[in-house]
Write a protein that binds this ligand. Sequence first.
Ligand code: SIN
Length: 483
Amino acid sequence: MSSIENLEPFNAYSLVNGQWRSTTNTTEVLNPATGATVAQVAAQGAELAVEAVEAARAALPSWSKTSAMERSQYLERISQLLLEQIDGLALVLTTEQGKPLAEAREEIEYAASYFAWYAGEALRAYGRLVPAGAENQRVMVRKCPVGVVTAITPWNFPCALLARKLAPALAAGCTFVAKPALETPLTALALGAITRQAGIPPGVVNIVVGADSQAIGEVLTQHPAVAKFTFTGSTAIGTQLLAQCAAGVKRTSLELGGNAPFLVFEDANLEAAVDGLMAAKFRNAGQTCVSPNRILLHQDIAAPFLALLRERMAALQMGDGEDPSTQLGPLIHAQAVVRIQQLVAAAVAAGAKVETFDQAVPGPAFAPPQLVTNINPEMDLFQQEIFGPVVAVMTFSDETNAVQLANATPYGLAAYAYTQNLQRCWRLYEDLTVGMLGLNQGRISSAMAPFGGVKASGFGREGGPEGIEEYLSTHYLAWGDCT
Ligand code: SIN
């Protein structure tokens, strides 16, 4: 398999040591919009994960010694290949994940931007020469690749979230083993195919598709050759994986659940705030870790804000992501819809009000846009990550009340705030306990910025100069007798 065109049904394998590896044990990849089978994927067990880690260990000495310039060129090439094959890749992504084609294209561009950005950072992993404490001494610091990196990546951004781990790891000189989500392995395998097209040597990038998440997860977190483990997913699973990493003292970075507050103050530009909310909330049908989860409106502007919002929500086009007019695709599967319905029903039973925007629901994995008002912090709808197209709203009386509500969950990934008051902007940046804040801005993700959270949303950063540091270790040399 050398190109994306070859990623056809019954032809979806794992990539280990430069070889496509199959097995008779298969699992189906389903199109969430139609329920149709997209592919039969060879579902591997823990043995192939062990092989992949060993291949990565064997490839490490030579990959880590390639020049920074050479690694940079490989990354540039991967970025170009992603963009050259964007049509095919976006279609694979939409077919297995469900997001509208336009969003799938954006995701491929977003993934390519990580390779382009880290092509630059590969050249800048500088050490330093430190003035020493004695005349005949020299002190030097250098940055080294941590070694073999393993990753478990989620289904909501199957290309971009793999790219933002893989690109800095390769730039740093690490070798890599990923286990993509079983719902969306094809996009990850396509990225694997592209790394081969770019000429990345065998064993440097390995992708293991497997159904036995527990056993494969144990290999990726506990194999003695693994130096660093990185995960994006729920806080519950991340906590277990972190405990598994502890025994071997593995370097770890975790991008876990979010519960972003979206604050709109009385002095905000309401049109801009509604634009920002629509962009952030309905991206990927609400299935993003940075999706606004709790919409906190100043009591004086709640009515006009909601009037504007209702118009926009009523106009959303729901449907199969392959239809170019679709703005809201399906959720990942029908169980996700049921979970959301339960959250909304529980909130309504406790006093919230729900408006469902009348849409013919095209299949069991589709959830219509819903506006739920009058929520409160005791509700699961306030405390849990919704991960769907439900806009949950409550009002606040002043800034102190708003900040207290915004911080009133265990999560701390992202927050958004709309206000024209500059002093308040500064206070919010200091007082909201989150890793990322969008001020008068609904889209906060980019390759050059450090994406990540605090509190139960995890630790470590992906993107920006911080992103490559996660894959580097610092070694210092004290050299005596230099004169
Ligand atoms: C996520 O949902 O974890 C990532 C979304 C993004 O990168 O914007």
